[in-house]
Design a protein around this ligand. Structure first.
Ligand code: PEP
Length: 253
């Protein structure tokens, strides 16, 4: 089963108007594989979404970095899925480990958000990952299974879901994850999907990798069978993001 490569650029809480224009100008001029080969989705902070959407090349798309768990209303500071669809923002990142860890988002809360965002027509990049404590305790898979189960319990149609595996233990310790280690976890997650959701979802759902992906390591990571792309943090703000997009050709070669 061939899955289209997927590259997400998560800018997190970074950027000024000037920087946004510079990054997008660089992306717009880049020669990259066509949309048939790779989906490219850029995720600036909320306030820059309309600007980025208005100047970004049409073959790239945009994502919000979060949205509220249900219909909007008296939820100060939140942005609803309805607002995103109203602005034609097609994607949203949910369950990023920074929100799970810093803002206390539970597995169930993230699962509810995923289900609601999908119900409103958004495509979702849902992040799962293991902390240092979980890794040291040998519970990497059970931690990710619990996070994925909270989604599986609430979602029946996985067509618009991309799963991003982020080894939190590596991000927080600066340790390097080898492509072989990434492949092992992606394969285990796909097996979990086959056993707990179904074989079709397991073979069609894109599982992308996110931890310190850069121009130097992207090609080897992309060559791994169960790595279907990347969620890129820091490097998505730099010119090397174009090289990371180009790593999609490793899969299509
Ligand atoms: C992230 O936290 O989503 C991430 C992958 O960041 P970085 O690429 O900077 O490690």
């Amino acid at each position: 089963m061939s899955r289209k490569f997927f590259i997400g650029g998560n800018w997190k809480c970074n950027g000024t108007k000037e920087e946004v224009n510079k990054i997008i100008c660089n992306l717009n001029e880049a020669e990259v594989p066509s949309e048939d080969i790779v989906d490219v989705v850029i995720s600036p902070p909320f306030v820059f979404l309309p600007l980025v959407k208005s100047i970004l090349r049409p073959d790239f798309h945009v994502a919000a970095q979060n949205c509220w768990v249900r219909k909007g209303g008296a939820y100060t500071g939140e942005v609803s899925a309805e607002m995103l669809t109203n602005l034609d923002i097609p994607w949203v990142i949910l369950g990023h480990f920074e929100r799970r860890a810093l803002l206390g988002e539970s597995n169930e809360f993230v699962g509810d958000k995923v289900a609601y965002a999908l119900s409103q027509g958004l495509n979702v990049i849902v992040c799962v990952g293991d902390t240092l404590e979980q890794r040291l305790a040998g519970s990497t898979l059970s931690a990710m299974a619990a996070q994925t189960k909270a989604v599986a319990d609430r979602v029946t149609n996985w067509a618009n879901v991309v799963i991003a595996y982020e080894p939190v233990w590596a991000i927080t310790t600066g340790q390097v994850v080898s492509p072989a280690q990434a492949q092992k976890v992606h394969k285990a997650l796909r097996t979990w999907l086959a056993e707990n959701v179904n074989a079709d979802v397991a073979s069609t759902t894109r599982i992308i990798y996110g931890c310190s992906v850069n121009r130097a390591n992207c090609k080897e990571l992309a060559s791994k069978a169960d790595v279907d792309g990347f969620l890129v943090g820091g490097a998505s703000l730099k010119a090397e993001f174009v090289d990371i997009i180009k790593s999609a050709t490793v899969k299509s070669a």
